[in-house]
Design a binder for this molecule. Structure first.
Ligand code: DAH
Length: 359
């Protein structure tokens, strides 16, 4: 019987190592260790052997069983691994295929300029905040000190999403200022955020589209004052337009959510039909700003006796037009590929203060 065991071990190990797939391997397992398998058959014969030999042969058969089971296990691991390798090789996708030039996209000027604005303000220590495009009437107006009967509501050409005049009536936000309120309610001073995003007003001509983009800025701290506002906007304007010493003018204005309120102009010249930011005798309005109204702070859950802040709101499309000399706002949203190829930016040129913010 010992001879039989040795031969069986030799044969079975060979069958295991030669089985080329999981199914074949399982066949070998059943033929060796199954109920009617070769090893099981030998076990059954033990009964006919005399007692002394039986103990020895029994132990020997158990070792055989173990070594075959182990060999099958190892072989199964190998087969599974090579099966996985085969599938990985077969299902491989070559992501390194070169882009076909005719399909090569560009970065839209609005995205580019938004990235430039974020790069500058983040360098100044601001964080980027977001809010929903569909706002409650309260966040868009009420909390910003624009009650229902307020005349400023008429200027906003609001898209209302419900006929009812309720405080929680949904509107398409007419400006990014509601993000101020959401951010004040969700955090504690010191606050330093900018909030770029889409805004909507029912208005359309050379310089207005029903959907446009704004960026809101908000700073709140115990001693924030107008000097901070002016310094911050100067740093921004010079970095954005890449011009030193841009003349800046603060004109008194009115916004319900700030007091005092100012519109900010930058100096420019129009020589030979060319707009140049920086010198000259002309002025261009670029944003609205002011010190946050105490009532707005209160609506944002902030104590106006302890904190004060400044805010500003700027049209992204407008400064994109100024910086890159794009004449008609409506073309921004025509999705005309020729326009995009002309005014678009290379996809891998991420704007940074160090790498450059201009074409
Ligand atoms: N929300 C104003 C608008 O859409 C812009 C604005 C003006 C925002 C002054 C401000 C601000 O935060 O302080 O016309």
């Amino acid at each position: 019987m010992q001879e039989q065991i040795d031969k069986l071990r030799h044969d079975l190990l060979e069958q295991v190592s030669q089985s080329g797939d999981l199914k074949g391997l399982d066949g070998v397992r059943v033929a060796a260790l199954g109920k009617k398998g070769a090893v099981t058959a030998l076990m059954k014969q033990l009964g006919q052997v005399d007692a002394d030999q039986r103990r020895e042969l029994g132990a020997e058969l158990n070792r055989l069983k173990d070594s075959i089971a182990e060999a099958i296990e190892t072989r199964r691991d190998d087969l599974e691994r090579s099966e996985l390798d085969r599938r990985l090789a077969e299902e491989r996708i070559d992501v390194t295929l070169p882009v076909r030039p005719e399909l090569h996209g560009t970065v839209h000027p609005v995205s580019q300029v938004t990235n430039e604005i974020m790069a500058i303000f983040c360098e100044l220590g601001f964080e980027v905040a977001e809010g929903p495009d569909i706002e409650d009437d309260w966040y868009n107006f009420g909390a910003l000190n624009i009650p229902p009967e307020h005349p400023a509501r008429q200027d906003h050409d609001t898209f209302y999403l419900s006929a009812q005049d309720r405080a929680d009536r949904p509107v398409l936000r007419t400006h990014t200022s509601p993000v101020q309120i959401r951010n004040m309610l969700a955090s504690k001073p010191p606050i330093r955020i900018i909030a770029p995003g889409r805004t909507y007003r029912s208005d359309s001509d050379m310089t207005h589209t029903p959907m446009f983009h704004q960026v809101e800025g908000l700073v709140v701290d115990e001693k924030t004052h107008m000097g901070h506002l002016k310094g911050c906007l100067r740093d921004f304007v010079e970095a954005f337009f890449q011009v030193d010493d841009v003349p800046m003018r603060y004109r008194p204005s009115y916004f319900p959510f700030t007091s005092p309120s100012m519109e900010v102009d930058i100096g420019c010249s129009f020589e030979g039909g060319q707009l140049k930011i920086g010198g000259g005798h002309g002025w261009l309005e670029i944003l609205g700003s002011g010190m946050v109204h105490p009532r707005v702070l209160k609506n944002g859950g902030i104590d106006p006796d302890k904190y004060q802040g400044f805010a500003f709101g700027m049209g992204i499309d407008r400064v994109a037009m100024l910086k890159y000399g794009i004449p008609d706002l409506r073309a921004f949203f025509d999705a005309d590929l020729r326009w995009l190829r002309h005014y678009g930016f290379a996809a891998l040129d991420m704007p940074t203060l160090y790498g450059g913010l201009a074409r």
